[in-house]
Ligand binder design. Structure first.
Ligand code: ZN
Length: 217
């Protein structure tokens, strides 16, 4: 079983990974999508998680794997229908994750009205850093978030640019799915997404919170 590591030494077995799509307006523009009224939600399985130093394996059925750097929340307390003003109490820690997306496969699935799992939930599709304890992050809604590929900065945003903010995301998701300790929430990506190819080296970073280095096999 994959487990989420907190900097305090605590471990939680990873449950479901809940993701929100289209949560930064600059990223919606670059993909030519409409701004959704309700958050777009999808799930990655725990089996898709890899960690520091691991390799991304692009499945043979795709020619276009994109990175999306995202602030990751680790849930520490169970909850259902969590009110917005109690949402932050459910967060155990913060980290950085990469929501890998097979854009060509996703585009086909979208056109056919089919689910996205094969584009979003494949093995290695969810690189995750270690998590810093929630008490160690003063303002999670004002964090620089950056991704470099082979030393070049490709995404450079701030969590203040989220459309749906962290408490609203937790409250909304917990209305559909009971949140449990070990669940992870990926909160959306800023602009700059692009393709990766074998041999690329990626560094995802939230300065002062987390760093994650992975490569493409
Ligand atoms: Zn994403």
């Amino acid at each position: 079983m994959k487990s989420a590591r907190l900097t305090s030494g605590r471990h939680l077995p990873i449950g479901k990974i809940l993701c929100i799509g289209r949560n930064y307006s600059d990223h919606i523009k670059e993909l030519g999508n409409a701004t959704p009224e309700a958050p777009v939600i999808f799930i990655k399985p725990a089996s898709s998680v890899i960690g520091e130093g691991d390799a991304i394996v692009i499945p043979p059925y795709s020619r276009e794997c994109h990175y999306e750097v995202e602030l990751a929340l680790l849930i520490g307390r169970k909850g259902k229908d969590i009110p917005v003003d109690r949402a932050m109490e459910h967060i155990a820690g913060y980290g950085v994750g990469i929501d890998l997306t097979l854009r060509d496969v996703q585009d086909v699935q979208k056109k056919k009205g089919l689910p996205w799992e094969i584009a979003k939930g494949f093995d290695t599709a969810c690189p995750l850093s270690a998590f810093v304890e929630a008490s160690g992050v003063a303002d999670p809604q004002n964090l620089q978030i950056r991704l470099t590929v082979n030393g070049k900065v490709r995404q450079d945003g701030n969590t203040s640019m989220m459309i749906h903010r962290i408490p609203a995301i937790i409250s909304h998701m917990s209305g559909c799915f009971t949140l449990e300790p070990g669940d992870v929430i990926l909160t959306g990506t800023p602009a700059g997404v692009s393709r990766i190819v074998p041999g690329d080296h990626l560094v995802a970073e939230i300065p002062g919170v987390a760093t994650l280095r992975v490569s493409v096999a």
